[in-house]
Design a protein around this ligand. Structure first.
Ligand code: FPP
Length: 250
């Protein structure tokens, strides 16, 4: 593993990696366990991959932990996830600080129960001084929620005369999203094998490279994460241009 990390460090890594952590339920079902056991194991994978991202020099790691649609799961699973995610982030806080990693949240967190919200706020405050990796947890998040909210905000500012509708550009939209502070993801990873983006960062992934693996999230290893990063490095990102424009020497 150390060799793999060293090798990756010699090459530029993606600044921003976003992950759809899928497959916890199937991981548990295949072992005859409750779905919640898959989520518990998923926390271990979060710890592992956060550490690896920090070691490799990734600047931003955005994790899709709970979608707007996840509120519609059975209440017992919603309660278990609330409890698990807020406790896990609280428990991980010393390790985040030790790695100089900062925790931030995007999403409609007003919907979160008070106790879970309090734990999250404490972790966010405790890591606010850290300057290394930023771990962005998408919680009660969906892209359509975020884009709708941005449109409403822009409309309010236009109605108040602070924005000229004719001057609205893509940058205006980006600046009103929950992710305004972050660069767009360079690499989107989805575990669990499904070929879809599930209402995650729809605006921001316009030019992201996508890596889908059948591996369930609890089994996603540091080695496979490093392989995804290496795979990304081998791709030519053209942003709508031609190869020749990107590499004039060709
Ligand atoms: C998708 O698996 C996963 C989730 C809805 C929850 C992800 C949460 C964690 C990994 C817990 C910890 C998170 C943090 C940030 C500490 P699924 O249940 O949809 O799996 P399935 O597709 O196999 O049913």
């Amino acid at each position: 593993m150390a060799d793999l990390v060293n090798d990756i460090q010699l090459k530029p890594v993606p600044a921003h990696v976003a992950i759809i952590m899928d497959g916890n339920g199937r991981w548990a079902k295949e072992r005859g366990l409750e779905r919640s056991a898959g989520h518990v194991e998923g926390v271990t994978a979060v710890h592992r991959i956060t550490q690896a991202a920090s070691d490799m020099g990734v600047r931003y790691l955005t994790l899709y932990a709970f979608s707007t649609e996840n509120w519609n799961r059975p209440q017992s699973e919603v309660d278990a996830l609330m409890h698990l995610i807020s406790f896990a982030l609280e428990r991980e806080t010393p390790s985040l600080i030790a790695n100089n990693a900062r925790l931030e949240i995007i999403g409609d967190i007003d919907r979160m129960p008070d106790e879970a919200r309090r734990r999250l706020d404490n972790s966010i405050k405790a890591t606010a001084h850290c300057t290394g990796l930023t771990v962005v947890v998408a919680f009660s998040y969906s892209s359509r929620w975020e884009i709708t909210r941005a449109c409403a905000q822009i409309a309010r500012e236009a109605a108040a005369g602070r924005i000229d509708p004719d001057s609205i550009t893509a940058d205006t939209i980006s600046a009103h999203l929950a992710t305004a502070k972050y660069p767009d993801p360079d690499l989107l990873i989805r575990t669990g094998g499904d070929m879809r983006v599930s209402n995650f960062l729809l605006w921001q992934i316009a030019y992201s490279e996508i890596f889908v693996t059948p591996t369930y999230w609890p089994d996603f290893s540091t080695e496979e994460f490093a392989a995804a990063i290496d795979n990304f490095r081998g791709r030519e990102r053209r942003f709508g241009l031609t190869s020749e424009q990107i590499n004039p020497a060709l």
